[in-house]
Write a protein that binds this ligand. Structure first.
Ligand code: 0X9
Ligand code: ZN
Length: 370
């Protein structure tokens, strides 16, 4: 189905492989989700969760409507391990966060390397959110994007997303900007959006907050602007949002770096899978769609599974449309009454020739948030 491994076209011959999923038989351009995991080597749950998400998409293509629609009409890009050399160190039992660059802190080899999540160009070293000391956990590196892993991520993001944001810190990306970038970390059960280097809200801060509260509805993470955790500069979301205006989020999964398998299987996977699916569903317009309702539990009157309907057989479709599903633990997201609902069969609304079928309200009037 067009799944393939892509190279990041890194500098100095250094590449990190990216798994790209889409149905190549359907023409693009298609909106893109890009996910990085384990840029901090010891954050083990991150790579496995994102791998499970990729497996869900591939294994359910053709039977699950969400997986099928996501792969047909979107591109899903996964850099499953953004710090492979650090991973090898973590696998020896060390709590390894940084990369393994032995140009830094060579005197204490277990503290060598740069913190890749302080090495990105945007806002690098600007604001007291990183360290200039080589052996520190948040060492930012000697210069912006000095590290090959940083360059690989930056190059990949720049190659895959258009620049939608002006040069001024207060320039917002337009409402219809497409694309989502997720950087998956652990731990702390947080859902973070820019900025991390200033307490000023980002120019798209309200929209990022809306989507962050939606993503955190499922995983019960605390949704907040990144600086609410602590100040950071030179982070991954700088190339996504700061440079290009792409809606960018940082997940902090779970409760530990070396997470227990039982917590991972029983809580992290079931809580975060629907959050990732939601992020993928809104990549066409992440600054608009999350402000509106979710269409839930579509069901046919005759009980037939959707792929099983014989052409020409009349059926009635029922669904719940719900505008209240946000994590309101840090504030209260506004909601609106649902005023209409439409169904599209097979052809999505944005494709020329798509036909809307109006739905009616089961209680006679569209006058409620659900
Ligand atoms: O400090 C970090 O890099 C992240 N936390 S972690 O425990 N995984 O190391 C948080 C970064 C949050 N800031 C931004 N995303 N801007
Ligand atoms: Zn991290």
């Amino acid at each position: 189905r067009g799944d393939s491994w892509q190279k990041t076209a890194g500098l100095g011959g250094y590449d990190i492989m990216v798994l790209k999923l889409t149905n190549s038989a359907l023409p693009g351009p298609k909106p893109k989700l890009f996910v990085t995991s384990a840029i901090h080597a010891r954050e083990y749950a991150t790579t496995e969760l994102v791998t499970r998400f990729a497996e869900y998409l591939v294994n359910h293509y053709g039977t699950d409507a969400d997986a099928t629609w996501l792969i047909d009409h979107h591109e899903l890009h996964f850099m499953l391990h953004a710090n492979p050399d650090g991973r090898k160190q973590a696998e020896t039992g060390l709590s390894w966060r940084k990369n393994t660059n032995d140009n830094y802190c060579s005197f204490w080899p277990n503290y060598r390397g740069a913190d890749l999540n302080r090495n990105f160009e945007f806002s690098w070293g600007c604001c007291g959110g990183s360290s200039g000391s080589e052996c520190d956990a948040t060492y930012r590196g000697p210069s912006a994007a000095s590290e090959p892993e940083t360059q690989a991520v930056q190059n990949y993001v720049r190659a895959n997303f258009a620049d939608n944001r002006g040069p001024d810190p207060s320039d917002p990306a337009p409402d219809d900007t497409s694309g989502v970038y997720l950087d998956i970390h652990s731990h702390g059960k947080l859902l973070l959006w820019p900025w991390g280097h200033t307490s000023d809200p980002a120019p798209n801060g309200t929209q990022l907050q809306t989507m962050g509260r939606k993503l955190a509805f499922w995983n019960d993470h605390s949704p907040e602007q990144a600086i609410g955790l602590y100040p950071t500069d030179g982070t991954t979301d700088g190339v996504g949002y700061g440079e290009l205006g792409v809606a960018s989020f940082t997940y902090e999964l779970g409760t530990a770096f070396f997470e227990s398998c039982s917590y991972f299987e029983d809580t992290i996977v079931p809580d975060n899978m629907p959050s990732l699916i939601y992020a993928a569903k809104v990549v066409r317009t992440p600054y608009m769609t999350p402000a509106g309702p979710d269409a839930l539990s579509p069901a046919l009157s005759d009980g037939a599974a959707a792929p099983g309907v014989t052409p020409g057989t009349p059926v009635t479709l029922q669904a719940t449309v719900n505008d209240t599903r946000y994590n309101n633990s840090n504030g209260a997201e506004p909601t609106q009454n649902v005023v209409a609902a439409e169904v599209y069969v097979d052809t999505p609304p944005w494709v020329t020739g798509a036909t809307a079928i109006a739905m009616s309200a089961s209680d006679g009037a569209f006058d409620a948030t659900v």
